[in-house]
Design a binder for this molecule. Structure first.
Ligand SMILES: [Zn+2]
Length: 187
């Protein structure tokens, strides 16, 4: 199988083509939002089952939130159902059952062909819920502006960092304005 036929290969080539299509300034980092102004959050920022994702990164960059989730381990009742449906016996109890499940069944895919994903959204109102106040912004609107999928924690961590740099760049933000103006024109 050639690398570009794999899921990761497609994602990477897509991004490279995208980067190559951008205007080449004398300094590509000019005008970028510096990492010292980024904010990090401890909760999973997207995905309906995000609270069952053991791997999560959320970084706010200007008016955007870059969110990565993965290692989705559904709650116990759902795991019992999945194991039974697949005919995989889980004999342990409690934490042993959990470890056994991860070994025999593994983490769930969170989308087709991927166990991890990064999505970029516009950042809305920061969380000020009583008893929380974690500051994690709402996704407003909840549709993603950019996306990458992966199947290992290493790829997901690298992909999150890469998308943060992308979102911080002037090129990405100006390309978004153009894209949204075009979408507006079509509707
Ligand atoms: Zn909160």
């Amino acid at each position: 199988m050639r690398p570009e036929e794999t899921f990761e290969g497609r994602a990477l080539i897509g991004e490279q083509e995208y980067m190559d299509s951008l205007p080449q300034g004398p300094d590509k980092s000019a005008g970028a939002i510096p990492a010292s102004e980024w904010k990090w959050f401890g909760h999973a920022a997207h995905f309906i089952c995000g609270r069952w994702c053991r791997f999560h990164l959320a970084t706010q960059i200007g008016g955007f939130i870059v969110s990565t989730v993965g290692e989705y381990l559904p709650p116990e009742s759902s795991r019992e159902y999945t194991a039974a449906r697949k005919g995989i016996p889980i004999t342990g109890r409690g934490e042993q059952a959990e470890a056994e499940y991860i070994r025999k069944v593994g983490y769930e895919e969170i989308g087709y062909g991927r166990k991890f994903e990064t999505m970029v959204f516009r950042a809305g109102k920061p969380c000020s819920a009583p008893g929380c106040s974690c500051g994690l912004p709402e996704l407003s609107p909840p549709n993603e502006l950019d996306f990458e999928g992966y199947n290992t924690p290493g790829e997901a961590a690298a992909g999150h960092a890469r998308l943060c740099q992308t979102v911080a760049s002037v090129e990405w933000r100006s390309a978004l304005i153009v894209r949204e103006a075009q979408a507006e024109g079509r509707s």
